[in-house]
Design a protein around this ligand. Structure first.
Ligand code: SF4
Length: 457
């Protein structure tokens, strides 16, 4: 996989039928979200309330994190703090090592994807089984998730059937959904009942009670935690909410924004370890405090990982999640990841139109498209943008800064389009025309036309 969104997208869109199907599937989910949102007259009030609660939590993060830690410790939970992804992985490893365990099940956690936990543990001979069905499918295929809520949304059931035939020895060519689901269930059950450690993500961490809330539609987090001896929960520092009553706002927004459901099927509250068992919470920074200190990007920490911005984004829908070369794709990934590694993710803020549709659907009112635009400015300034793009932007700034030069450039462009259209149509020189038709150049500029019209009264 390339580290260029454009190169990866080119591979994805080469299969036009799949691109159309992907686009329509995501749009179907976006439409379900719209229906669910429009069904609640108080929807905009809920969005505002969620945004305000997160604002307050971010402004008082130090207080609420400590309150959460104290309450969790009082509940008998072991609390760990990780400065970055590496430290998070070391903590998970040390818990497994102390318990003498070589196999772990894991429900969906985008933070562990961000920290590359699976690869880290594999290096130490520890097997990690992802138990979310979509995640397990992509894990068997040695792929990363392409969507944070629907990790295998890029795959059709024929692909899943072929994957299961190869890895789970199912019948060749049997694409029946019920058959494939049963096969996955039988396969995963074995891991649920033989694994002693279960790792989960955290959707919300309640400071007031020291408990965590994990939302899944499959119940895999609950089954894993209840059958294992050790529960490890990994959370970013931004997952804190002050009080349990605030869940009423977030849980209503989360499911509707993610899939159009009124509520996620399982919203499990974990407060203390069961008798004879262990519960650990790892609180991870991984450059989030850097984001917190930057007023331009601070409010992206309000994100509740619903993926509504993915489902609505015309670029994501038509380029696929893997084009973002990271497990946290889409508009949110393009905001979040340059903060973690600016150089490796310098292309991502440019993978946007930016039409503002992401901002319109975001349940916590993050101004996503504005922040992508701000990231572009940071990247250009800090020389992380590709050389060609940087020079082109400098040239544009020069031309647009001078009316005379702008008029001259317009006249030249119209002349070239008329006399040498092949120069501009050359796909190697001008990627813009790879998927577009060249318009017929107008005879004169709008400015000249306007002046003539005015003269003629
Ligand atoms: S940025 Fe907003 S819309 Fe996108 S995943 Fe986060 S909460 Fe959802």
């Amino acid at each position: 996989m390339s580290f260029s969104h454009a190169d990866n997208a080119a591979k994805f869109i080469a299969d036009e039928a799949r691109t159309d199907w992907h686009d329509e599937t995501l749009w179907f989910i976006r439409s379900k979200r719209d229906k669910a949102a429009h069904g609640l007259p108080e929807w905009e009030d809920l969005r505002q309330a969620a945004s305000d609660i997160k604002e307050h939590a971010l402004n008082n993060l130090d207080t609420y994190l400590i309150q959460f830690e104290n309450n969790a410790l009082a509940n008998g939970v072991k609390v760990h703090w990780a400065y970055d992804g590496e430290q998070h992985n070391q903590i998970v490893h040390s818990i497994l090592k102390n318990a003498g365990i070589k196999k772990m099940i894991k429900s969906k956690s985008m933070l562990t994807e961000e920290c590359h936990l699976n690869d880290y543990l594999k290096h130490y001979g520890i097997e990690v089984i992802d138990t979310d069905l979509g995640e397990r499918i992509v894990q068997l295929r040695e792929e990363t998730p392409s969507h944070i809520v629907l990790p295998a949304i890029h795959l059709k059931k024929e692909d899943v059937s072929a994957t299961f035939y190869k890895h789970l020895q199912t019948e060749k060519g049997n694409n029946a959904s019920r058959y494939l689901t049963r096969a996955a269930r039988t396969h995963l059950r074995k891991s649920f009942f033989t694994s002693e450690v279960a790792l989960t993500g955290v959707n919300f961490a309640v400071a007031e009670t020291g408990s965590i809330v994990v939302s899944t539609n499959e119940g895999n987090a609950d089954l894993g935690v209840n059958s294992a001896r050790v529960h490890i929960a990994s959370m970013g520092i931004e997952k804190i909410i002050p009080e349990a009553k605030h869940l009423a706002v977030f849980l209503r927004l989360l499911a509707r924004s993610a899939t159009g459901q009124p509520i996620t099927t399982y919203n499990s509250h974990f407060t203390k370890p069961m008798q004879g068992k262990e519960m650990h919470v790892i609180i991870v920074n991984n450059k989030r405090t850097k984001q917190l200190a930057n007023p331009d990007f601070r409010n992206s920490l309000k994100c509740i990982r619903c993926a509504a911005c993915f489902n609505t984004c015309p670029v994501y829908r038509r380029s696929g999640g893997h084009s973002y070369h990271t497990a946290v794709a889409g508009p949110f990934g393009s905001l979040h990841l340059p903060n973690i590694d600016m150089k490796a993710n310098a292309d991502l803020p440019f993978a946007s139109t930016p039409c503002g549709s992401c901002t319109n659907v975001c349940p916590v009112k993050i101004d996503i498209h504005n922040q992508l635009w701000k990231w572009r400015q940071v990247l250009m300034k800090d020389a992380y943008a590709p050389f060609g793009k940087k020079m082109a932007m400098k040239g544009m700034a020069w031309v647009l800064g001078s009316p005379g030069l702008y008029r001259f450039a317009g006249n030249m462009a119209r002349w070239v389009m008329r006399v040498f259209p092949s120069v501009l149509k050359n796909k190697k020189m001008n990627a813009w025309y790879k998927q577009r038709d060249m318009p017929t150049p107008p005879k004169e500029s709008f400015r000249n036309w306007f002046i003539t019209q005015k003269k003629d009264g």
